[in-house]
Design a protein. Structure first.
Length: 249
């Protein structure tokens, strides 16, 4: 009679099962989801956008960098040069034509003496550089002037059509201010004031854009209310002539 085969004890099986490494759990469905929320804008990006907007309005080029003092050396040179010219002719009371004649006389005399001294010392005439105005810069200036003139004409057309009250008020106030300033000073002083304003107002507006826009909106809204009251009480009561309908025969 055959002996029964040895059976494995259940405890051994349990020990073996306990010694086995646990299988890695499947990734949860939440980890597969991608966070679709947009990233937060970096700090200061709103202010950067405002600065870029002002820079783009001014042409987004070298002149805009100068007006906004991003190229501080060029901006300081422009303002300093304008200040020197204004002080030279307005404060010291020099005149433009004699100054130009004296300057050309001095330059020509220095070049003449230097050329003769060079011939006497080195036995050869000096090499004077050829100076000429290129066509491309003049065309660029003319093109930029044409764009600005067309823009001004378009703005005047919008104002004349009565579609933009804000521009109308701005132009009227600006012309009135120029007329008042023109009674106090001459053209050179006006030009100097314009240079200083162009190098201060854009920077000031870029820094306090929100406050200035809010104040301008309040002023425009109040002006519209005043105009509506004036139109209702005065303009609407002005007697108008009878309208005659034209009929075709």
């Amino acid at each position: 009679m055959a002996e029964p085969s040895e059976t494995v004890e259940p405890k051994a099986v349990e020990i073996a099962d306990n010694n086995t490494e646990p299988l890695p759990s499947p990734p949860s469905s939440n980890s597969d989801k991608v966070d679709a929320s947009p990233p937060l804008p970096p700090e200061g990006s709103e202010m950067l956008g405002k600065k870029q907007a002002v820079h783009r309005v001014l042409g987004a080029g070298k002149p805009a960098d100068v007006l906004l003092w991003r190229d501080k050396k060029a901006s300081a040179a422009v303002v300093g040069g304008a200040t020197i010219i204004w002080a030279f002719f307005e404060v010291l009371q020099y005149h433009l034509l004699p100054i130009l004649c004296y300057a050309f006389m001095l330059v020509i005399a220095l070049l003449f003496l230097w050329s003769n001294a060079h011939i006497f010392i080195y036995k050869s005439p000096p090499h004077l550089p050829e100076v000429s105005i290129k066509e491309e810069p003049l065309l660029q200036v003319a093109s930029a002037a044409r764009i600005e003139i067309n823009r001004a004409i378009g703005m005047l057309r919008d104002i004349a059509s009565g579609r933009d009250v804000k521009k109308f008020l701005a132009v009227v106030v600006g012309l009135w201010v120029l007329s008042v300033i023109g009674n106090w000073c001459n053209f050179l002083t006006l030009f100097y004031i314009a240079v200083v304003l162009l190098h201060t107002v854009p920077v000031f507006y870029e820094k306090y854009k929100d406050k200035i826009d809010s104040l301008a909106e309040k002023i425009v809204a109040e002006s519209k209310k005043k105009y509506a009251i004036f139109n209702e009480k005065v303009v609407s009561k002005v007697p108008k002539g009878p309208l005659k309908d034209k009929k075709d025969d």
